[in-house]
Design a protein around this ligand. Structure first.
Ligand SMILES: [Zn+2]
Length: 462
């Protein structure tokens, strides 16, 4: 992944070498805390490396492989393949589909660096590789905590719903293990009226906190109380997966009325969007008190394929990027809190066209705003390069927050970080070779991108 020109490659190699062994700080991702709490062996290469990976699922599906064949459970309990070897073969026989994609970079990296597999995965070696990985996963040194230590992970944040009891996180803390694994407060289920089960979730929120969540003040108290539980478990951030970055700052009376319509189910079509927007501002106000960084992942049209959603539920690779308006959408939030250096709002987008036009100028001005790394379709080498080229000249590196792996499996965390560190080295080496940056400054920036910016934005002590 380093630049082809030998002179630039020399610089890039030296920058990469200076960051490759730095600890991994992973402030946003979707690893399962239960795996680390129980420290039990991963069950199968297929479950861990195929069925959980929505990048693989979507590509295979697009080429005619039904998700049932990849082990994804159906909502109606209908039959799906459960034999890991058969699932693994589905991937191996079609592995060439991933040529030129980051999926192949990541999976090759994981197979080679974590499992010592040096041959490219294919139909021919599918069974041998499967047997090899399966055997290793049973060894003590392939247990989740051993891998966590071997990967050099200094900090790992999981993503947890507001109604999550954080039982796995409590077990982790009580176990006396030194690994730092913390939750992230993701309240979409209780702040987004369009989510299935919203009303039931409001009731559960009340039961969990003892607050009257059918009243606006009680509802906000309940959210405050859940945030406090997350902070007590080590959380340093909240995260909000909203369809758009719209925010709103209504008067108390208007907010109360809007909430009333949401719980009564009498809202107008645009009320849900307004309510989500209001809740982002309420969350920012709470962040001013409890210090959680506020992440907004906006611009995904979730579950674009209704057939898929009906059969398998959400998050199975059917999200599609859509257009987003950050300049207008974030204005109510920024009007109220944009000038607060104590608040950190981290914005991610699936609408790349907004980087140079909207997001870099906004983050390059408002003290409260930072740009999250390229996400989902764009955390690839080309996506990261486009990100730097679109934003750095306007917002600098200091208004970005380094890398997040957003990984769903612990096994792929090192691959993601290593690919990013190599890409960063190449991008910075170009600047050095063009005499736009000193090599010593580039080395400091490479360390910032690999580690320090994430620590600062997410308040992690490295
Ligand atoms: Zn994520």
């Amino acid at each position: 992944m380093l630049p082809a020109d030998p002179g630039v490659r020399r610089i890039a190699r030296s920058l990469y070498e200076s960051t490759r062994a730095l600890p991994i700080v992973s402030p946003h991702g979707h690893c399962d805390p239960a795996a680390l709490a129980g420290d039990t062996a991963f069950t199968s290469p297929a479950t861990e490396l195929v069925t959980k990976d929505h990048y693989l699922l979507r590509m295979l599906y697009s080429q005619g492989v039904p998700l049932e064949a990849l082990g994804v459970p159906r909502r109606d309990g209908g039959p799906v393949v459960s034999d890991g070897r058969q699932i693994w073969r589905e991937l191996a026989t079609r592995y060439t589909l991933f040529r030129g994609t980051p999926s192949m970079l990541w999976l090759d990296h994981t197979l080679q660096e974590v499992f010592g597999v040096t041959e490219r995965l294919s139909a021919k070696n599918a069974d041998a590789v499967y047997d090899d990985i399966s055997a290793r996963l049973l060894q003590q040194d392939y247990r989740p905590r051993a891998l966590f230590d071997r990967f050099g992970i200094a900090f790992l944040a999981t993503t947890d719903g507001a109604l999550d009891t954080l039982e796995s996180h409590a077990r982790l803390r009580q176990s006396g293990w030194a690994g730092r694994v913390v939750p992230t407060f993701r309240p979409d289920d209780v702040v987004d009226p369009d989510r299935p089960g919203f009303h039931a979730h409001i009731a559960t929120l009340g039961e969990l906190t003892g607050a009257d969540t059918y009243r606006w003040a009680g509802y906000l108290d309940a959210l405050r109380s859940r945030r406090a539980a997350f902070v007590a478990a080590g959380a340093t951030a909240s995260d909000h997966g909203h369809p758009s970055p719209a925010t709103a700052d209504l008067s108390r009376r208007e907010a109360e009325d809007l909430f009333g319509r949401m719980v009564a189910g009498t809202g107008q079509p645009r009320d849900a969007e307004l309510f989500r927007g209001q809740m982002l501002v309420e969350m920012a106000a709470m962040s001013m008190d409890d210090g959680l960084a506020l992440q907004i992942h906006a611009g995904a049209w979730r579950d674009h394929n209704p057939t898929m959603a009906a059969r398998f539920g959400p998050d199975q690779g059917a999200d599609i990027p859509t257009t987003a308006d950050y300049v207008g959408g974030l204005k109510p939030l920024l009007d109220r809190f944009g000038n607060e250096p104590r608040l950190t709002v981290i914005v991610y987008t699936l609408d790349e066209t907004t980087y140079s036009r909207e997001l870099a100028p906004l983050a390059g001005h408002y003290p409260a705003l930072r740009l999250g790394p390229p996400w989902w379709f764009f955390d690839s080498p080309e996506g990261m390069r486009r990100f730097y080229r679109s934003v750095v000249e306007t917002a600098g590196f200091a208004n970005t927050v380094g890398f997040n792996d957003d990984s769903r499996s612990l096994l792929s965390v090192p691959a993601r970080h290593d690919v990013a560190r190599r890409l960063n080295a190449g991008y910075l080496a170009d600047l050095v070779a063009e005499h736009r940056m000193e090599e010593s400054d580039a080395a400091e920036t490479a360390a910032d991108l690999a580690l320090n910016l994430a620590c600062r934005a997410f308040r992690v002590d490295p």
